[in-house]
Design a protein around this ligand. Structure first.
Ligand SMILES: *Cc1c(COP(=O)(O)O)cnc(C)c1O
Length: 443
């Protein structure tokens, strides 16, 4: 029987008939009519269960494994202890005593939460210090922090473009940029991964369809290190193209921060492009060992975002502990210790490529093993877990349906012995690493 879901939640006399299904624990008289009756719940559950079953049939069921980190490289879970090859804490700084101390001290001195959005009373000195540090590091006049990298993308893209504009996305950009682009209402064009010819075609198309007399804008969005492939965007060429066609560029540096450039600045600054990329974006949740996200760019860009990025304006400011941890992690990343940690990560990535004779050098700390079918990736991840190695299976919708994979990440916390154990376990799958990274092996 079709039902009107709204009415079912109202204290309407028409719903009295279903009170028999109301929860049988004691409620104040009349109150239970405000609680959804079981028939409503089961209607919702029935619909959702059908979808869950369809995902299960395609090997796309997600499970939240409850784990406890033990030191910087192990995870304890129900089945035992595993070496963790799934973390984006590339430099191992979530376990750095100074970083943890900074977080603890900030919580002690400033409180556990920031109490309001930045525009109300939540703009704490620690946030401003972090933003100054990030801007200095990225080589931009200003930076603005958000509650997460995801929130940064959802705030910045709709702030800059709207229905009169065009957004051109690389096919492999992170979901947050896809969602930000959809939310903006702009017309979207998706480029094949790292395909510069198609990018130029889309830029030409956009120029024909965007009326600059009308203030129409074109925004290109890409990632400096791709999160699921571990490969690199040809940033110089992308910058040249967007300049030639009068577009703006947003580059997400989530997986490059801490690992590329003289002091871990990411690839934009490593390539000397910081004055030519309008919007640099990053997360504080990976190498920066905390949580949060940020945008770096001009003073006017940041002032504009303070007025227009809704995920900034209408969200509680990051906690003092999170910002203090990120600020301390940034200091470590820029120090000699940071250099040593970076070198350890790259050594591990090289060690894996050499041992597996992939014939390539690693592009990043992310080494995908593309297996194709979701079931195969899930089975491979389970086998590795049984051997004490935690390597995640990445499936649709995170990657295309036929490109399910294992995604290995190495961190400074790993030892050579850890890497050798991993190599031994994945050698049977080794031939596939090369296929995972065609862009790299062609260049
Ligand atoms: C992790 C990630 C994000 C999101 O950052 P969070 O701070 O985790 O929300 C954005 N972009 C890319 C490429 C990422 O890998």
């Amino acid at each position: 029987m079709p039902c009107d879901p709204v009415n079912k939640f109202l204290p309407d006399s028409r719903n009295r008939g279903s009170e028999a299904h109301a929860p049988n624990y004691a409620l104040p008289t009349g109150f239970h009519r405000l609680i959804p009756t079981r028939s409503v719940m089961s209607e919702l559950d029935r619909i959702l269960a059908t979808e869950l079953e369809a995902w299960a049939a395609s090997d796309l069921t997600r499970t939240l494994h409850a784990v406890d980190p033990v030191g910087s490289r192990h995870l304890k879970h129900a089945g035992g202890t595993c070496l963790n090859f799934a973390s984006n804490d590339y430099l191992g700084l979530t376990r750095n005593p100074g970083v943890c101390q900074a977080a603890a001290q900030a919580a002690q001195e400033l409180g556990s939460g920031s109490g309001a959005s930045r525009l109300v009373s939540g703009s704490l000195a620690i946030h401003h210090r972090l933003e100054e540090g990030l801007a200095d590091w990225m080589g931009t006049p200003r930076a603005l922090i958000f509650g997460s990298g995801y929130a940064a993308a959802l705030g910045v893209i709709p702030a800059l473009v709207g229905p009169k504009d065009v957004v051109i996305l690389d096919k492999s950009v992170h979901a947050c940029c896809v969602d930000g682009a959809h939310l903006s209402g702009a017309r979207l064009r998706v480029c094949r991964h790292n395909d510069l010819d198609q990018l130029e075609d889309h830029l030409r198309w956009a120029r024909r369809h965007v009326s600059s007399s009308d203030g129409g804008r074109i925004l290109v969005v890409t990632e400096s290190v791709f999160s699921m492939g571990g490969d690199l965007a040809p940033l110089e060429a992308v910058v040249d193209l967007k300049e030639r066609h009068g577009a703006w560029l947003l580059v997400d540096e989530a997986h490059a921060l801490g690992l590329f450039g003289e002091s871990g600045t990411g690839r934009i600054r490593q390539l000397g492009l910081e004055k030519r990329v309008e919007i640099q974006m990053g997360t504080l949740g990976k190498s920066l060992a905390s949580s949060g996200g940020f945008v770096a760019g001009s003073t006017i860009l940041v002032d504009y975002l303070i007025h227009r990025a809704r995920s900034f304006m209408f969200s509680t400011a990051p906690t003092p502990a999170a910002s203090a941890a990120a600020l301390e992690a940034l200091a470590v990343i820029r120090s000699f210790e940071g250099q040593t940690l970076r070198k350890a990560v790259w050594d591990h990535a090289h060690r894996i490529c050499t041992a597996l004779r992939t014939g390539t050098t690693p592009d990043s700390a992310i080494l995908p093993v593309i297996l194709g079918a979701a079931a195969e990736a899930v089975a491979a991840a389970r086998r590795l877990r049984e051997q004490g190695l935690w390597v995640p299976a990445i499936r649709y919708p995170t990657v295309p349906r036929d490109q399910a994979r294992l995604r290995i990440t190495v961190t400074a916390g790993h030892t050579h012995e850890d890497i050798d154990r991993l190599v031994k376990a994945i050698t049977p799958l080794a031939a596939r690493i090369q296929q995972a990274n065609p862009a790299a092996s062609e260049s």
